[in-house]
Each structure stands twice: as C-alpha cells, then as structure tokens.
Design a binder for this molecule. Sequence first.
Ligand code: TUI
Length: 312
Amino acid sequence: MQTGLSRALGIEYPIIQGGMAWVAEYHLAAAVSEAGGLGLIGAANAPADWVREQIREAKKMTDKPFGVNIMLMSPHADEVARAVMEEGVKVVTTGAGNPEKYMEQWKAAGIKVIPVVASVALAKRMERSGADAVVAEGCESGGHIGESTTMTLVPQVADAVQIPVIAAGGIADGRGIAAAFMLGAKGVQMGTCFVVTDESQVHDNYKERILRAKDIDTRVTGRSTGHPIRTLRNEMTRRYMELEEQGASFEELEYLTLGALRNAVVAGDVKNGSVMAGQIAGMVRERMSCRDLIQKLVREADALMKGAGSDE
Ligand code: TUI
C-alpha cells in the first residue's frame, strides 16, 4: 500500500488517524504510528503547554513519525502553532479554518503541512501556499463538517491540485480505502474506527455508543449557526434541534454544547454530551488494537485493489 505520500511522511501505510478533539491524545497517536500509520494529537481548544506535554509523552512511546492537528478556531491556535515548531513535530494538519498565516514558518521549520479542506477553492489555495498534501474531508465525518460528501469532494479536489489528496469521511474498512483510491486519493484519514480501539482513552460509554450505532443514528446540529457538527443522536441533539427549529439564539444553542464533548469523552455522559462520530459508526462493530485494525484495513484494501474480492 506504499504511495508517494506514505514515503514522504516516512510511514508504512498511507493511513492517518484523525486529530479528534479530546479523543486524539498521545496514547492513541503513538499506537497508530507504532502500527505503521500516522497518529495525530488533536490540539483542539487546548493551551500550548498541554500540547507540548502530549508531544513529549508520544515521543517516549514511539520513534516513528506522528503529527499534531491544530484546530484553527481555538483561542490558543497561535501559541500551539509555535509550540509544534519548537517541539520538532514532523507533520501538522489543520482543521476548521485557513492556516495560510502559519504556512511559511512551518515550511521553514521543515514541517510537512497537510490542511484539512472541505472545498476545491481552499484546496487550491493551500497548494499555492505550499501545502505538502490536503485532506479532503466529506460531510460523512464526525465533528465540524463542510457541505460536500466524500464521493463528490475527493475526485474534484484530486482534479484541482497536483499535491497528494487524502480522503476522509465515511471510511472504516478496506472497501472504503479502495474506493478512496479509485476517487484519486493517495491516502485516507479515519476517525470513528480509531475511537473504539483498545488504546483509545475515551470513556467506555462513548465506545459502546459507537459500537451499537445504526446507519441512520447521526445528526447535524448547528447548521443554523454556521457551525455544523455531526454527532450520534441523543437527548442533547434532540433538545438542540428542537431549540434550533424554534429559532433559539446562538448563545442559547452554544450553551447546550459547551463542554459537551468533554462530558461525553471523559465523564461518559452519552445522553447529554456531544458524541461526535461519523456516519460510518453503524459499521464499526468490533473493538481491537490499533495494530490489528490497521493490519485488517491493509489486508482488505490490498485484496480489493488486486482484484480479489470482486464478484468474478
Ligand atoms: O475540524 C474538523 N472537525 C472538527 S474540529 C472540532 S472541535 C470543535 N468543537 C466544538 C465546536 C467546533 C469545533 C470537531 N470536529 N474537520 C476539519 C474540517 N475543516 N472540516 C471542515 C473544515 C473547514 C471548513 C471551512 C475548513 C476550512 C473552512 O473554511 C476556511 C476558509 O477560511 O475558507
């Protein structure tokens, strides 16, 4: 499964673990990198000191490359952008914004920069600014999403840029990986299927909620506020959408989601918390180690891409 992308990143397989807020901490990131993929630490809204500590802990667990995802809406984005350079991080991915103002300094520090984009326009702009690759993330993903699906976004981005495209959104097995390659991707990023791995530190209730999710169990809150977020449906999404329909204010709606992700991930409140997960949650059925998951993904994708597993 080696591609130009995996060689450029110094990893065995072109499989990237999403930089999920509160979920993507160093145990998970190090386990994914040790298993031959690219693990990411999700900086989310955390201050730079937390991110530094996470990077140092990950380095104790693996000599292989790992990355940091910087959520650009974070009030700490500037200081985290500096910290990743000072800590010698090899790969930075960004989400929920335009990282242009940091690109030059990151490139000068020798960091491979991979912005997550949800449109062709931003992908082209990132290529012009010197991005090494882009993640084209479809709205099947969990968390903060754009408008287009993976099926439509990936080939359009692949046609528009020369740099490698990594597909994200709705991928959780070898079929999804093979399909992403057929759409022009040179790698994949996956989130939901890594949440339930043995090394993931999220509360057991969160894992169980994903494992018993059905195909139609996700909801998107915040379309009216301009911050659409995909989560598994629960009491929180029901109340949110009810209020949203009644034309509640931005403040009222935000109040419902404040700290809600933390409540789900850390405290295990999957009723009133925000259980971010992608639409593929309905297919995520098994707990296993990151190593077993990545080996299974590679085996499945390899078989399909060699023609085995077809109907012939
Ligand atoms: O960033 C994500 N997914 C996330 S971030 C997150 S943390 C959070 N928690 C609570 C509220 C808000 C965020 C949870 N999930 N994915 C990457 C992604 N980026 N998806 C979509 C985008 C995106 C959207 C618009 C990137 C750029 C953009 O426009 C930028 C511009 O200026 O054109």
